[in-house]
Design a protein around this ligand. Structure first.
Ligand code: ATP
Ligand code: LTN
Length: 331
């Protein structure tokens, strides 16, 4: 059986970008790829690469677990777990640090962007992050990894690391393939459509949180930056704000951008935005309602216990073999 693995960091709030770029794809893939197993986790060890408040981190970890389920993942076919509860993931992350070069890590744009934003107090784990991410994936011999566009480079490095390990020690890890959605892989900031919608942004007008109430969603869409052309067309270069809104519409409704463009050809931006707000509220409200029940439930705890046990079992066996391969410890 093929295995799909992906994770989300519990930093900041989940955004519409995380939903359309990642979680919605997981749900769609589950419907399409009925012969695959899904290993989905909350990447709390990645979250601490930047300073977190412990109580908030713990709360957000559960929030994300509940959100995964509220979005409609099939509970029977999902192994849902928390990264820190599988210590072999971190252990392999350390081993993989010895299979990746400084120059490769220095080229990672996510790292470079974060350094540019933060400038001081850059932790060494933020730098070595891609080794841990590679471990998250190859420990389980993932065949496919569904992610948004921003993770493409990390996935390429994961493949390089797996191949390098296999070349030196003999075939051992499956080399994974990324799965990046055609529409919705890069949802942009509503106030600055040149940069991706990010949950760690200080300006909350730029992103729609999955926890936003209806009024905030409507307000944020109404005040999203567009342009002065006044014509509804898909032109990311000259009308990036509008192109982003069209992408959000298409991704939420599973319609093509072409269809939506035709539908709104003679309409004003205001009419389009009002309808888009309804579409987004229509998607997020039922998820939010489901989340509120799930987050408090014992079932969530049981699912996470079960996920930890299944993932642990695989991780334990794979790591034992891995250590034998590389010659650490006694045989
Ligand atoms: P940050 O913005 O704080 O760096 P993040 O949202 O990029 O965090 P994660 O929460 O780990 O980091 O991302 C989870 C998944 O959501 C990844 O697959 C990522 O590619 C996807 N994703 C994140 N932002 C967007 C976006 N704006 N558009 C599409 N997909 C996104
Ligand atoms: N690095 C990713 C989150 C992440 C991930 C993973 C995604 C950590 N481990 C494994 C897919 C597979 C990010 O910053 N968005």
């Amino acid at each position: 059986m093929k295995r799909i693995v992906s994770g989300i960091k519990p930093t900041g709030t989940l955004t519409l970008g995380n939903y359309l770029g990642a979680i919605k794809q997981f749900v769609k893939l589950q419907q399409k790829m009925t012969d695959c197993e899904f290993y989905l986790f909350i990447a709390d060890m990645h979250a601490i690469t930047t300073r977190q408040v412990p109580a908030e981190l713990r709360k957000r970890t559960l929030d994300i677990a509940a959100m995964y389920l509220a979005c409609g993942l099939d509970r029977e076919r999902t192994v849902l777990y928390i990264q820190s509860e599988i210590p072999q993931q971190t252990e392999l992350g350390y081993i993989l640090q010895s299979n990746v070069y400084m120059g490769e890590l220095e080229r990672m744009t996510q790292y470079k962007d974060k350094v540019a934003k933060q400038e001081t107090s850059i932790t060494s784990s933020l730098f070595t992050y891609p080794a841990l991410m590679a471990a998250d994936i190859i420990l389980y011999d993932a065949d496919y990894v569904p992610v948004g566009d921003d993770q493409k480079q990390h996935l390429e490095l994961t493949r390089t690391i797996a191949q390098r390990f296999n070349n030196y020690y003999g075939d051992f890890f499956t080399v994974p393939e990324p799965l990046i959605p055609e529409v919705g892989a890069r949802i942009m900031d509503l106030q600055n459509p040149e940069k991706k919608m990010s949950k760690s942004d200080e300006n909350d007008k730029g992103y729609i949180s999955m926890f936003d109430d209806e009024a905030s969603i409507r307000r944020k869409i109404r005040s999203a930056v567009t342009d002065s052309f006044g014509i509804i067309r898909f032109d990311p270069e000259n009308q990036p704000g509008l192109a982003n809104l069209l992408t959000i519409y298409a991704s939420c409704t599973d319609q093509s951008i072409e269809e939506i463009k035709d539908q709104y050809q003679d309409k004003s931006y205001k009419e389009f935005k009002d309808d888009l707000a309804e579409v987004v509220v229509g998607v997020l409200k039922p998820i939010h309602d489901a989340y509120q029940t799930i987050v408090k439930s014992q079932e969530l705890q049981d699912i996470l216990d079960h996920g930890r046990d299944i993932a642990s079992d695989y991780a334990f066996k794979k790591m034992r073999k891995c250590k034998r391969k590389i010659g650490v410890g006694r045989k």
